[in-house]
Design a protein around this ligand. Structure first.
Ligand code: NI
Length: 156
């Protein structure tokens, strides 16, 4: 393997060009025309591609669900989701999810599910990276509309 083919974009020698999807948001890149389902998604590379806080990006979808990543820091708004359960997985950092009667503390490699209808408020003292798994209909601010509401999360 040559030096320029050691990154996540590396394609196995002998692979048919375009037959295997690799990671990358470029419309003109190796993913051009490759369905999202057949891409290899590199979380570190996806996380390095944006810096915005509280703005989820879609990195995969299956069965009507979205897999998203998001960088959070500070305090989000209290909200709930009428119709969706939400999964939070901490990739890096520490997340507190306030509930009305207690708080959940999550570290790297830990996850929890917030059932529909349950009020919650995510917060993080420092930059924290999360993976979210939830129905495609899920709005990040749930029943609340504010400046952090993302109607159509970007696919990366
Ligand atoms: Ni929520």
């Amino acid at each position: 393997m040559t030096a320029e083919h050691t990154g996540p974009d590396a394609i196995e020698p002998g692979a048919r060009p375009g037959a295997v999807g690799t990671d990358g948001p470029d419309a003109d890149g190796p993913d051009a025309g490759v369905p999202m389902a057949l891409r290899v998604v590199d979380l570190a590379r996806k996380l390095a591609s944006f810096d915005e806080r509280w703005s989820p990006r879609i990195i995969a979808e299956l069965n009507g669900q979205h897999v998203k990543i998001v960088k959070v820091e500070g305090e989000f708004a209290w909200h709930h989701h009428d119709a969706e359960d939400e999964l939070f997985l901490v990739l890096d950092g520490w997340l507190t999810i306030d509930l009305r009667d207690r708080a959940l503390e999550l570290g790297p490699g830990q996850l929890c599910v917030i059932p529909r209808g349950v009020e919650h408020r995510p917060r993080a003292e420092r930059e924290t990276h999360l993976l979210l798994f939830e129905p495609a209909s899920t709005l990040n601010t749930g029943n609340v509309r504010n400046e952090r509401t993302v109607q159509r999360p970007e696919r990366i």
